[in-house]
Ligand binder design. Structure first.
Ligand code: HEM
Length: 498
């Protein structure tokens, strides 16, 4: 039967697999995108790496990604269904849904608010949250990580739910943060229940089953975010406070004449709002953090960017979205920040739903396809000297060079599952980078004697990867920059609404 299915074609090559556990050791390696690139150097652009009875293949080149995930997207856009998804409360996260009509309804509901023109509607909210971010950095530069988080959360929660987030002790933020922690469960090999699903039935009191407590807390947080925030928006719709939000618009379209359909659509409202925060939070957060590290390590790049901002914007105002076309170097910085240390180095796994052939090899239906995004963005042929942060690689004659492959092509994923929030994310990155560099100098951390400390880029080995060390010195460029921040800082929300 196998011979008929495969038509005698071999599986792609790969390292020798152990009986039953297969290549699980390869899956559990730290920074697997680096070790998997080494495997591709030995075996080729597609490597067979079965583990625990599951067919798994690494896709390690731009060519194979384009052929399998973009061109054959109709049969490679499914997701593997891990036992961890329901355990961690992520059943409502549509980025985890199987390819099919139910996923498509979610994606459509999302896309109507985030296609390129729709994404422009959020520019004033993005500007406001970035201005608050500048003010927070001015007052308290030590807590840059918390300020990045607050800036993104306040913008996205306003857009999705129409709610204001308090600066401190906001219950919604605490719950969303707890829910994001569930991402840890998906780091391959963290929990054995991923490979031995029967473990999910072991009660929490059994020695060694402490993981059940982690999962219960994540499930609680996920359900809280899915239900409570949507209810708050519905309450706010009565007095108009939240009526511009995505949730309010989706709720307004529910067909009350058809209760079963309305009930399904309401589930989609809850899932889409939940996924918007999950999809955008850690990714944008990671890329902005990477940008801070790059600026501290590459002062020449920073100076060039500031020279461009001085010439185009000047000292009397902050950059805006409408300045984008006049700021090619800043645009190059956005691209290089997405490339240098991608937020999702391994993207998200895809899964094939039909048998297929590629380059003389057989790829059976049900294979998990792992895209090595990091390897493509660090391919020395496409991006010479890839470990160096060098925005100039995207420029020619002072303009963006269309001949250099846009990192967005890899960083935002592939085919029908590619990131539907990419236009929103890109606008957010541009505005943050332009505003930050216009008013701040970012340099390495100083020791107690004021001497710059050693700094390097080290990324976490997690699905969404971010810099391990973000200590840097952030100071206003001069008195005019300080005044500009103060003059533009909107009042942040001091009260908790929860
Ligand atoms: C720098 C920022 C971002 C990066 C690098 C990024 C990257 C990605 C990647 C690699 C995927 C998986 C694609 C695939 O499976 O092939 C993805 C999926 C997704 N992203 Fe983003 N993303 C970012 C920001 C955002 C934002 C701001 C939002 C929401 C406003 C968002 C919403 C989503 C959603 C909903 C999915 C799931 C799509 C699906 O499965 O159909 N992302 N993103």
């Amino acid at each position: 039967k196998w011979h008929r299915r495969s038509r005698g074609l071999p599986l792609p090559p790969g390292p020798k697999a152990w009986p039953f556990i297969g290549n699980i050791a390869h899956m559990r390696k730290s920074h697997p995108w680096k070790s998997h690139r080494e495997l591709c150097e030995i075996y080729g652009e597609i490597v067979n790496l079965p583990a625990m009875g599951q067919s798994i293949m690494i896709l390690g080149s731009a060519q194979v990604l384009s052929e399998l995930l973009d061109k054959r997207s109709a049969i490679t856009s499914d997701r593997p269904q891990s036992a961890l998804i329901p355990l961690a409360g992520q059943t409502g996260n549509f980025s985890q849904l199987q390819y099919g009509p139910w996923w498509r309804r979610h994606r459509r509901a999302f896309w109507q608010f985030f296609f390129p023109a729709a994404s422009e509607r959020y520019r004033s909210i993005q500007s406001r949250s970035t201005q608050v971010f500048l003010r927070k950095l001015l007052d308290d530069p030590e807590h840059v990580v918390e300020h990045i988080r607050y800036s993104f959360t306040s913008a996205i929660v306003k857009i999705i739910y129409g709610l204001d987030v308090a600066e401190k002790n906001d219950q919604s933020v605490a719950m969303m943060e707890k829910n994001l922690e569930a991402g840890e469960a998906f780091i391959p090999g963290t929990y054995y229940v991923e490979f031995l699903p029967f473990l999910r039935y072991v009660p929490a009191w059994v020695p060694g089953a402490g993981f059940q407590k982690d999962f219960a807390a994540w499930r609680y947080a996920a359900e809280w975010v899915r239900n409570v925030l949507v209810e708050k928006t519905k309450q706010g719709m009565a007095d108009g406070g939240t009526s511009q939000s995505i949730v309010a618009q989706l709720v307004g379209k529910l067909d009350e004449e058809d209760p079963p359909r309305a009930a399904e659509d309401f589930e989609i409202v809850k899932n889409v709002s939940f996924t918007t925060y999950e999809g955008g939070a850690d990714t944008t957060y990671s890329t902005i953090q990477t940008f801070f590290v790059a600026m501290a390590l590459y002062p020449d790049v920073q100076k060039k960017a500031q020279a461009e901002l001085d010439a185009v914007i000047g000292p009397n105002r902050l950059p805006e979205h409408s300045d984008r076309a006049d700021l090619p170097y800043i645009n190059a910085l956005v691209k290089e920040s997405l490339r240098w240390a991608p937020a999702l180095p391994f993207s998200l796994p895809h899964r094939s739903i039909e048998d297929m052939e590629y380059d003389g090899y057989f790829i059976p239906a049900g294979t998990v396809l792992l895209p090595n995004t990091w390897a493509c963005l660090h391919d020395p042929e496409a991006y010479p000297d890839p470990d160096r942060y060098m925005p100039e690689r995207f420029l020619k004659g002072g303009k963006l060079n269309p001949d250099v492959c846009d990192p967005a092509r890899f960083a935002f994923g592939y085919g029908r599952r590619n990131c539907p929030g990419r236009y929103f994310a890109d606008a957010s990155l541009f505005l943050n980078i332009a505003m930050l560099l216009h008013v701040f100098n970012i340099t390495p951390p100083l020791d107690k004697d004021g001497v710059p400390e050693h700094m390097e880029l080290k990324m976490t080995s997690t699905t969404i990867s971010y810099p391990v060390d973000l200590r840097c010195t952030i100071k206003p460029r001069s008195e005019w920059a300080r005044q500009l921040i103060l003059a533009n800082a909107p009042q942040a929300n001091a009260e908790t609404h929860a």
